[in-house]
Structures are given as structure tokens and as C-alpha cells.
Design a protein around this ligand. Sequence first.
Ligand code: TXA
Ligand code: MG
Length: 307
Amino acid sequence: MRISIKKAAQLLQNHQVIAVPTETVYGLAAWLKSPQAIETLFDLKKRPRENPLIIHVKSSEEALSYISEKPPQLETLMKTFWPGPLTLIAPVFVDRIPEAARAGLTTAAFRMPSHPVLHELLEEISPLVAPSANLSGRPSATSAEHVENDFGNTFPVLDGGACHHGVESTIIAFVEGKWALARRGAIAEEALREVIGYYPEEALIGKRPISPGQLFRHYAPKARLFLSPPEHSVATMVGFSDRQYPGYTKVYYLGSSSNPQEVSHRLYRILRQLDEDGVPEAVVDMQMAEDGLWKTIRERLSKASAF
Ligand code: TXA
Ligand code: MG
């Protein structure tokens, strides 16, 4: 059910969970000041309680009011990448953030989204905690239709169109004297390097707190994906619009092999389309570059193909 910004703010204030658009993927949002709504959110998503949420703020100042100890370059990172798809983890005043939102940790994750519709909502009510608006394990939702497919047509959705980036935010934390990646995402490591002076460490990828994004099979359609052609013949290909795939009955196009932005924008939509069409298995063309956003795309496809 599509709702207005005003209605969205009312529902959140009344401790309800709604779906909101962001520039990365749709989020399942609850008001940070409603522990009750945060509980509902975990239940709805069937999300493990030990997996903390991202706090979506309307400004850097709002985020800073929760942060007890500022890691070096924190404010420079905020100034450079906010509003936008960079999530920053920092130590917090624990009494200002419900325990459930931070899964009992003494740190929390913050981001200031750039989506204009969400920004307007945050001006009405903030901060909002929001994990991706998909059932746990499924590809994230990048349109209002995707959210309705997972949570039903009566679920309240603030429709902000198709998400620009199409993959989740990049998450970094400061550990042992350096910024480290906790999850690859829409901001490339090269862009972070320009600001912090080095490539972020990869030490946190795959480490606790256990995040679904770090589990092996994730972002996954029901269809079985092969990253190279298997021994038996497969009818469906997931590939690039500037290439030919003779021998395949059906090809799903991710976009051009020279446009990672287009490919990330379409990635989850294509993975969900496979299931809607009842495709049992498909080969993925993994011949793509390895730098920038391609790194994120490769990783998401690998996780989607694990079984
Ligand atoms: O683009 C995005 O980030 C989307 C949109 C909706 O904003 N949100 C999103 O949320 O992807 P979610 O819950 O699917 O992923 C949040 C990740 C999880 O992997 C969680 O473990 C990690 O952030 N996280 C949150 N707080 C953390 C903390 N204090 N320390 C380490 N990881 C944390
Ligand atoms: Mg997620």
C-alpha cells in the first residue's frame, strides 16, 4: 500500500514499521525512539537479534550527538560522502540508543541518505533505523513492487521510485588505527582512498558482528546461479547488453559491461526477475572488470550463487 510522507511520519510516530526508499535499496524503517517498533522490525524481517541496524540521520550533527568518541577523519568522511551511501561505525553513548538497535554493542552504524523523499521524511521524524526491506537472505528490494512482493500488498510503502545505486551502502569502521571495510557497497574503495589516504583494510569483512551480508549465501534468488558454465546445458544466461550469447534460449541483461553504475542499479531487479519467471538455473557472465564498483558487483553475484 503506497502512503504519503505525512502518513509515513504518523505511522512511525505510532510505533509502526514502514518501508522507505533510499538511494541504495529500500529500507524497512522504525523510529529509533520506539524500542517496540524496533522489536517488530526484527520479527517482520526474521532478522537475528545479534545483527545491529543502521541509524539513518538527517544531518551529520544528528549523528555526532550520539557518538561518544570520534575516530580520526570521521567528520571529513561525513563532509565528503554525506548525504550518500557511506555508513560509518563509531563508539556511541549507549544510553541514547536502544540496545536492540545496536544489538548490545557499544558502537553503532550511521548514515545520512541522499534520497529526496526520505530526506523529507527525516525532516519530519528522525533518526530512523532501517535494514534492507527484503526477507532475510533474499535479494534486497530496489523498488516499491519488490517490497510488496516480500511483505504483501497491504504493507505501507513510501514509494520513491527505483533506487539509484541498487546495491547497499559501503560500511567502514575504525579499528586498530585504521579504517576497515565491514561491507563493500555503492562507494568504491578507490573513492575512500582519496579521502583517507590508503585503501581501507579488509580485516572486518566476514568478521563479527555476524551480518547476513557476510554470510556465504545471501542476496540470493531461488534460482541456482553458476559463475561459469556447468557440465550440463543451461538455457538461461545473466549477462551484458553489449555481448552475444549464442546457445542460450533466454538472456537477462544486467546492462553494459562498461557501465558498473547501470549494472549495480539493475542487479537485484534481475535476480528477482529470475524467480518471478520461475527460472530454475542460470549461468552468470563474470567477465567484468575488477576495480571500483565492479568489486561490489562481483561479490554480490558470488554470494547470490552460493548454495
Ligand atoms: O544501503 C544500506 O545500507 C541499506 C539502506 C536501507 O540504508 N541498509 C542496509 O541495512 O543494508 P542492513 O541492516 O541490511 O545492513 C546493515 C549492516 C549489517 O551487516 C550489520 O551487521 C552492520 O550493518 N552493522 C550495523 N551496526 C554495526 C556495528 N555497530 N558494527 C558492525 N557492523 C554493524
Ligand atoms: Mg540486508
